[in-house]
Design a binder for this molecule. Structure first.
Ligand SMILES: Nc1ncnc2c1ncn2[C@@H]1O[C@H](COP(=O)(O)OP(=O)(O)OP(=O)(O)O)[C@@H](O)[C@H]1O
Ligand SMILES: [Mg+2]
Length: 248
C-alpha cells in the first residue's frame, strides 16, 4: 500500500480534481484504490455521489472508536472506494491536538488497510496545520498541484522549506502543474522557470480545461463521462510518471 496525499497550502489549486481523476485512472488500471476525503468541504465525496457523513464524526474516528474499514463506501466504479468526509472534520486539528502523538494518528488509522488497497489517495484541505503534519507522516508521496502563478509558486516554496526544516526525509514532495494555460505568457514563463529550479516537477501538466470543470455538473471523475481529450491524456501521463517515481 502506498499513500499519496494531494496537498497544497493554497486553496483551489486542483487537489480534489487531481485526486479524483487520478484515482479513477489508478482503479481502471486494476489497482485497488481508496480516496479518503479529509476536507470538511467534502468535494471528493460530492464527486463520487456519496453522502458526506461519518458515523461518530471526527471525534470517534480519532479516538479509534471506529475502524476505517466500516466507514468505507463503494463508488460506481470498480476497484474504487471512498472514505467520505464529514463536516465535523473542521475540528480535526483540535481533536488531534488532544492526543499524545497527534501527527501519528492518521498512520495508525491507515495501518489496518495495508492489505486491502494498493493506493490510498488523501484529498487534503488547504492550509498547513496539525492535520497536515499528520498527513505528511502518513504519506509516501506528497503530490502538490501548482497553478503557474506567483502565489502558488510562493506556497510551494513555503512547503519545501517546512519539509526541510522538519527533516521529513521519507516524504517525497512531487509538484505538478495544474490549470496550466499555455496561451498565457505568464504561465509559460513561470513553468519554464520552475522546471529549471525544481527538476522534480512532473513533466505532464494538467491543462485549464472546461471538461475538467464540468465534473461538478456530472458528479463523477472525468474518465466517467469523457473517453478521449487533452485532459484525459494529461491525467494518464501524470499517473504513469507517478508510478515511475514510486518504482524508482
Ligand atoms: N484543470 C482544471 N481546469 C479548469 N478548472 C479546474 C481544473 N481543475 C480544477 N478546476 C476547477 O477549479 C476549482 C477548484 O478545483 P479543486 O476543487 O480541484 O481545487 P482544490 O485544490 O481541491 O480546492 P480546495 O483547496 O478548496 O480543496 C473547481 O471548481 C474545479 O472544478
Ligand atoms: Mg479540495
Amino acid at each position: 500500500m502506498k499513500v499519496l496525499a494531494f496537498y497544497s497550502i493554497k486553496g483551489g489549486t486542483g487537489k480534489t480534481a487531481s485526486a479524483v481523476n487520478l484515482a479513477f485512472v489508478s482503479a481502471r488500471s486494476g489497482y485497488r484504490t481508496l480516496v479518503w476525503d479529509l476536507d470538511p468541504q467534502a468535494a471528493s465525496s460530492f464527486y463520487f455521489r456519496v453522502k458526506p457523513k461519518v458515523k461518530g464524526g471526527s471525534k470517534d474516528l480519532i479516538a479509534g472508536k471506529r475502524e476505517l474499514e466500516e466507514l468505507i463506501k463503494g463508488t460506481d466504479f470498480d476497484n474504487l472506494d471512498l472514505l467520505p468526509a464529514d463536516f465535523s472534520f473542521r475540528n480535526l486539528d483540535l481533536i488531534l491536538d488532544d492526543k499524545k502523538k497527534p501527527t501519528r494518528q492518521l498512520t495508525k488509522l491507515l495501518k489496518p488497510l495495508a492489505d486491502e488497497y494498493d493506493f490510498i489517495f488523501l484529498d487534503c484541505p488547504p492550509n498547513i496545520s496539525l492535520l497536515s503534519e499528520a498527513v505528511f507522516a502518513a504519506s509516501d508521496l506528497l503530490l502538490s498541484p501548482v497553478i503557474p502563478t506567483t502565489l502558488s509558486v510562493r506556497t510551494l516554496e513555503q512547503l519545501k522549506k517546512f519539509i526541510e526544516k522538519h527533516q521529513l526525509n521519507d516524504l517525497q514532495l512531487i509538484p505538478f502543474f495544474s490549470m496550466a494555460d499555455r496561451r498565457k505568457k505568464m504561465h509559460r514563463d513561470i513553468m519554464g522557470h520552475l522546471v529549471e529550479k525544481y527538476p522534480e516537477i512532473l513533466h505532464a501538466a494538467i491543462p485549464y480545461a472546461s471538461d475538467i470543470e464540468r465534473m461538478g455538473l456530472e458528479r463523477m471523475p472525468l474518465g466517467g463521462y469523457i473517453c478521449k481529450s487533452r485532459s484525459i491524456q494529461a491525467y494518464n501521463e501524470l499517473w504513469q510518471e507517478i508510478l515511475a517515481r514510486i518504482a524508482a
